[in-house]
Design a protein around this ligand. Structure first.
Ligand code: ZN
Length: 67
């Protein structure tokens, strides 16, 4: 889990070949404000396809406010 004050956020990587999420990773949002992209294997299409960071929040990055 992300520690308090941790700038590394969990991001999902959406495959451009089949538009599914195969990979999850973390990135430092302070150093990398741009969308993350990397080429990884797609197990559905069985090719090396570009994986792009999702815009959607995965929920785990959001810390619920205690009352
Ligand atoms: Zn894929």
């Amino acid at each position: 889990m992300a520690k308090k004050g941790d700038k590394r956020k969990i991001i999902g990587l959406v495959c451009e070949a089949c538009s599914q999420r195969h990979y999850y990773t973390t990135k430092n949002t302070m150093n990398m404000p741009d969308k993350a992209e990397m080429r990884k294997y797609c197990p559905v299409k069985r090719v090396n396809a570009k994986q792009v960071e999702t815009r959607k929040s995965l929920g785990r990055n959001v810390v619920p406010v205690r009352k």
